[in-house]
Design a protein around this ligand. Structure first.
Ligand code: ADP
Length: 618
């Protein structure tokens, strides 16, 4: 049994390289998860953090519910297989496979049982007495796998294990590893930069770029419904054609102009626009090569520039008007197609994609998040047409519920469930329409004027049907108007402490434990015992001279009300950073929200200015 949860994981290497940012993933028992992405995107770093070979800068890693951030690699019940299999040249295959177990002083008969079983699974029983130099590349890789199998780990971590093999062997070993996963029935996490390996092996694929997860889903969903242009072009070969054009309403539907022709979408596609009519204008139109057919009579006029006959399929490179790059079509084997021919291209518009030209995010299909503008008030989000009461635990992690403020609530589509969840939110809606994919259907609901989309693998949903949906807390997020998160991973402290007030002339001395603050006197506050509360967003970080110089920021200590802050943790909120600190006089930690160019990871002990505006006395 092995369930692995990565929560808000960050890795910043010494020297400042941000290799992994806000990585969140729940890996189920017996899953085969593949991390894929271009070189340097943070795949290996993530894997190595799971293995315990790399320290986690921030965030939590759980295995079977236990926090393992600080647990030694050897105590994590994992086995790792690397790309250079690093076999001991002077040892036989048997000795190589049993080496780790012998070090752990396992009884000889148990070692023998395990080595023989692993050898049988891998079909290398005949090689046990050979030395590595007498093995082929594929056989060596099997021995490396065998060395992992004999440990009987709960999780296999594989880092590009096939990249040293030639193309033919790679295809063969790919299938072997998939079979091995079925046979061992344990969790596999596999790192590769090869999209074909990812598509063929993973039960779930995590596509990464620049240290961020772009999309995590089954191969089919990633292929049919990529969330952005990066994922769309990363998976699939030849890759999706990406054509800059303009999207315009057209009757009840909409159309794009490609190569001098106006191409109409089916009406249902217009209903699937994310953001509705706001998205009309400049877009990227995406169409996969296999969703283009070649006609002799009508469609987009094109001239064939190159034909590749690959046996079962023919790849056709076409020139169309107003475009430098070829449009590539993949059609069933067709030897009638020749270079220089004038033809017409027809696009299967039910399979077409649209992306925002600036953000490159998809603007048609199932959104990653259902977003709603709303107002926050006392733990309730007011959508204008409906009010949702948020779970208490969620409210406890949220900043500033005291004022009614404009914000945005986002609901992670993949977390929406038709089954009740504990401590979540439930909403009701009426099915508007259903869009079917290969594995799953997208169900579009109408809810008091708003729309919500969720994906489901089961159930038959009919238009008009009433549906109740449940959203767990980790599927909810609140944002302010500038795009900063309003919810932390930690409980946001109320920043209150008992204090005594003494007013002399126009100054007020406020004593909080050993700390004394000097503030302008306030009307209506009597001398004596009160409660002081600090507004988290009005506290100011005071940099010392060295820190200010190093980070190119202005030195800014002037006030008397400066107290030492000792970091407990921090949480990045976007342009802002929530820091959780100990202050003398406050029993529980204090939360301050500061610009994100300040990090407690760089400076765990610093100073906070308690500005007069931050102080509330009651
Ligand atoms: P991938 O496995 O996707 O190729 P890595 O996880 O190896 O990516 O690297 C992610 C980023 O972290 C890269 O920019 C890389 O240069 C950097 N990096 C990796 N290891 C170290 C290290 N030990 N020290 C500093 N930077 C590192």
């Amino acid at each position: 049994m092995a369930n692995i949860v990565l929560k808000n994981i960050y890795k910043v290497y010494d020297g400042g390289v941000r290799a992994v940012s806000d990585f969140n993933l729940d890996i189920g028992d017996k899953e085969f998860v593949v991390f894929v992405g271009p070189s340097g995107c943070g795949k290996s770093t993530t894997l190595r953090m799971i293995a315990g070979l790399e320290e986690i800068t921030a965030g939590s890693l759980f295995m079977d519910g236990v926090l393992v951030n600080d647990i030694e690699p050897k105590d994590r019940n994992i086995a790792m297989v690397f790309q250079n299999y690093a076999l001991y040249p002077h040892m036989t295959v048997y000795q190589n496979m049993s080496f780790g177990l012998r070090i752990h002083k396992m009884p000889a008969d148990e070692i023998d049982r395990r080595v023989k079983m692993a050898a049988e699974i891998l079909g290398i029983e005949d090689l046990l007495s050979r030395k590595p130099k007498a093995l082929s590349g594929g056989q060596r890789q099997r021995v490396a796998l065998g060395r992992a199998i004999v440990r009987e780990p709960a999780v296999f971590l594989l880092d590009e294990p096939l990249s040293n093999l030639d193309a033919k062997l790679r295809v063969q070993m790919r299938a072997e590893i998939t079979k091995l996963h079925h046979r061992l029935a344990t969790t596999f996490i596999y790192v590769t930069h090869d999209q074909t390996e990812a598509m063929t092996m993973g039960t779930r694929i995590v596509v990464m770029k620049d240290g961020f997860i772009q999309q995590a889903d089954t191969p089919t969903v990633l292929y049919e419904e990529p969330i952005n242009a990066f994922v769309a072009t990363f998976l699939g070969s030849p890759q999706m054609n990406m054509i800059n054009t303009v999207l315009a309403p057209n009757g009840n539907s909409m159309s794009v102009d490609v190569g001098g022709a106006t191409i109409l979408f089916p009406e249902i596609k217009r209903k699937q626009l994310i953001g509705g009519d706001d998205v009309f204008g400049e877009v990227i139109f995406g169409i996969r090569p296999e969703n283009i057919t070649i006609s002799q009579t009508d469609g987009v006029p094109a001239t064939i520039e190159l034909v590749e006959h690959l046996g079962r399929e023919t790849i056709v490179y076409c020139r169309i008007a107003d475009r430098e790059e070829n449009v590539i079509a993949s059609v069933p084997s067709n030897h009638g197609l020749k270079r220089g021919m004038d033809v017409f291209l027809q696009f299967d518009m039910l399979k077409a994609h649209l992306f925002n030209r600036t953000t490159e995010q998809t603007i048609m299909g199932v959104p990653a998040f259902n977003n709603y503008p709303c107002k926050l008030e006392n733990g309730t989000v007011d959508l204008g047409i409906a009010k949702w009461q948020l779970p208490k635990e969620f409210v406890a992690r949220t900043f500033d519920f005291t004022e009614k403020r404009a914000c945005k609530i986002s609901i992670q589509t993949s977390k929406i469930s038709t089954q009740p969840v504990e401590n979540g939110v439930s909403v009701e809606g009426i099915v508007d329409f259903v869009s079917k994919g290969s594995d799953t259907s997208a169900v579009y609901l109408k809810m008091d004027g708003a729309q919500m989309v969720f994906r489901t693998a089961e159930g038959n949903y009919e238009p008009g049907q009433k549906v109740t949906l449940y959203i767990p807390q980790d599927g909810l997020m609140l944002w302010d108007e500038e795009g900063n998160k309003l919810v932390s991973q930690h409980v946001v402290s109320n920043n209150s402490a008992p204090c005594t007030v003494k007013t002399v002339g126009d100054t007020m001395k406020v004593k909080v434990g050993p700390t004394t603050l000097t503030l302008p006197a306030r009307e209506g506050i009597q001398d004596g015992e009160h409660t002081i509360t600090l507004a988290s967003d009005k506290l100011k970080v005071v940099y010392d001279y060295k820190f200010a110089k190093k980070n190119g920021i202005e030195r800014n200590s002037a006030s008397k009300n400066v107290v030492t802050a000792l970091a407990y943790d921090e949480d990045e909120l976007g342009a802002l950073n929530a820091v959780f600190v100990q202050l003398k006089g406050w029993d529980s930690y204090v939360t301050a929200v500061v610009p994100n160019n300040f990090s407690v990871y760089q400076m765990p002990k610093f100073a906070l200015e308690i500005t007069p505006e931050s102080v509330i006395i009651k």
